[in-house]
Write a protein that binds this ligand. Structure first.
Ligand code: TRP
Length: 360
């Protein structure tokens, strides 16, 4: 069996550091590992419309933003097929058939959906398409025969739902669909990067993000305003590292080499943490260090983005070709699924429904 990756993001804004450590970084590593036969990354515009139906312009505008983010972090169109969900009609056909295998109450119990319904104030009136998006996400994953789905931890209940659909489908129609595995960020702190305000999660709606496309000056300002330990008032005070956003970010981004380069009086993060705990280490110093560490990652990304922005026709052609490839793959899987479901009336004599009359 082939090893295939499928994953994606909703184009509702530019991607930020939470996306980066939660999933993007991993995708690039997996891509470069050479271990996968096929890699598909989808810009999930149709899914974005399930709660932005009245704001199509936002979704449209962010397609190129996400594509630019993808390519600037190092996703390589020679290896990875990047495409747009709405341009692959087979996904909607899959969705329609899978809807017969899932109950409304099962969808209402999905923890991610529950949380999102609350956030969006949909309690009393949930759009059908929104409630159904886990089913359409199962279509996304299975249409590409994905074995591996690298995503953030919030997507876990959605992959669970996909597995259930695969199970039901295969039980009824035979061994047709591939059962996918979720792949999370290896480092637990990275699975849910807090915002710069220390709030649970970096998120556009909370306005606490550092974006991959932020300028160096933006990043500097944001890092300097970051939430640390509110009881660490004077430099000589002992400080707390746990729940201190600067240290959480360092846990996700800092490597020993950064000390050599930017803070040679320490060898590694443990030494820095010890000093902070003892007292005598100021917040400005650790913030300046974090800024340098982040810039080490962000500068090359920013540079690539600027170059790609100058040749937006190229980026468009990558998406266009990606859509063509994605359609080929999804159509082939759909054919297989419809054969198994016996909804292939005109394909050949054996499958034809006229058989019912021809047989003695
Ligand atoms: N739900 C994902 C998000 O909110 C986007 C997505 C759509 C996706 N289809 C997918 C992720 C399939 C992984 C696999 O960002």
């Amino acid at each position: 069996m082939k090893d295939i990756i499928l994953t994606g993001d909703r184009p509702t804004g530019r991607l930020h550091l939470g996306h980066y450590v939660g999933s993007l970084r991993r995708r690039v590593e997996l891509q470069n590992s050479g271990k996968f036969d096929e890699i598909y990354i989808m810009i999930a515009d149709s899914q974005a419309l399930t709660d932005n139906a009245d704001n199509p312009e936002k979704v449209r505008r962010n397609i190129l933003e996400v594509a630019l983010d993808y390519m600037s972090v190092g996703l390589d169109p020679k290896v990875t097929t990047m495409f747009i969900q709405s341009q692959v009609p087979a996904l909607f056909e899959f969705t329609a058939y899978y809807m017969n295998l899932v109950t409304v109450s099962r969808l209402q119990r999905n923890p991610t959906i529950k949380e999102e319904i609350k956030q969006r104030g949909f309690e009393t009136s949930i759009p059908v398409g929104f409630l159904n998006y886990p089913v359409s996400q199962a279509a996304d994953i299975t249409a590409f025969d994905a074995t591996c789905v690298p995503v953030g931890e919030d997507q876990m209940p959605l992959i669970e739902q996909t597995k259930e659909i695969v199970h039901s489908f295969n039980r009824i129609y035979g061994d047709v669909l591939v059962n996918p595995k979720i792949m999370l960020a290896e480092n637990e702190v990275c699975q849910r990067l807090p915002g710069i305000d220390g709030k649970a999660k970096m998120s556009k709606s909370l306005g606490n993000c550092i974006y991959l496309a932020d300028t160096s000056e933006d990043v500097r300002k944001k890092v300097m305003s970051m939430y640390t330990d509110p009881n660490h008032i004077r430099v000589q005070d002992p400080g707390t590292v746990e729940g201190n956003t600067v240290f959480t970010y360092l846990d996700c981004f800092c490597k020993d080499k950064h000390f050599e380069k930017y803070l040679p009086e320490y060898h590694n993060l443990d030494e820095l943490k010890d000093h902070y705990r003892r007292g005598g280490l100021g917040d400005v110093k650790i913030k300046k260090f974090l800024f340098n560490v982040l810039e080490d990652t962000l500068q090359p990304i920013r540079q690539r983005r600027q170059e790609l922005e100058k040749d937006i026709d190229y980026v468009m052609s990558v998406l266009h070709e990606g859509c063509i490839k994605a359609n080929k793959k999804a159509n082939a899987t759909l054919k297989r699924a419809k054969d198994a479901m016996k909804i292939n009336y005109f394909d050949n004599d054996e499958d034809s429904i006229s058989e019912y009359y021809k047989k003695p």
